[in-house]
Design a protein around this ligand. Structure first.
Ligand code: SF4
Length: 217
């Protein structure tokens, strides 16, 4: 990779932001959900797993356990069998069950809508909490998954080595519209600026790319 440590200047950051918002003006998650309960579960399952796979798994899970109470009372082995095509399903089943019980015991059955309380829940780290908040409440927060991390680095928006530091860089540089920019960067990374075969020939952000559109792996 060439010039990947070069960083976008202020003017470039503004242009990249404008272009991402223009390309993906109203994007939302590709996870299927109808309420906060379903969203947090889908986001928890999506760690190290594709949204497509999660969307195949969740209908049966939500049918059998439609709310936080039923999930809290579920048999963990049964949860495992319902999600066993998902990566790390053993741990995820344990965390889903624990999370549901915490919500009942510590939050009167209501899933909290703030980062401080969300990250107290089993299996919910800062990224999961922020994805839930930006998707459900349009909170002005960034979350960095593998796609956002890759795009941020290729565009010179961060040279941080961790997702949390990259999140800090993006938050500082973009400042506003973070929920939209998160979704935009996920979609741009997932379908266009892909890990192995990015479509550099017809990339709207090519002139800002620190690899000058000549990405090779
Ligand atoms: S030019 Fe290629 S590597 Fe650079 S941002 Fe566009 S798709 Fe990604």
């Amino acid at each position: 990779m060439k010039n990947m440590t070069k960083q976008a200047n202020k003017q470039e950051v503004i242009k990249i932001k404008e272009k991402l918002l223009e390309l993906y003006p109203e994007s939302t998650t590709e996870l299927n959900y109808t309420n906060m309960y379903e969203l947090i579960i889908a986001v928890m399952l999506s760690a190290q797993c594709t949204d497509k796979r999660v969307n195949i798994i969740t209908p049966a899970l939500f049918k059998k356990y439609p709310d936080i109470e039923s999930l809290a009372n579920a048999n963990i082995d049964d949860i495992k069998s319902l999600i066993n095509t998902c990566s790390f399903f053993n741990n995820k089943a344990i965390n889903l069950h624990k999370m549901a019980n915490q919500v009942i015991d510590e939050f009167e059955g209501n899933i909290p809508l703030n980062q401080k309380d969300l990250i107290k829940l089993a299996g919910v780290g800062q990224k999961t909490a922020n994805v839930v908040l930006l998707e459900y409440t349009n909170a002005n927060v960034m979350a960095v998954d593998t796609h956002v991390f890759r795009v941020a680095h290729r565009l010179g928006l961060s040279k941080a080595k961790t997702a949390i530091k990259t999140e800090e860089d993006l938050t500082k540089k973009f400042k506003t519209d973070l929920h939209k920019l998160h979704q935009a960067m996920v979609l741009f990374g997932r379908y266009h600026c892909k890990a192995l075969n990015p479509q550099c020939e017809n990339c709207s952000l090519k002139k800002y790319c620190k690899n000058n559109g000549r990405f090779k792996v």
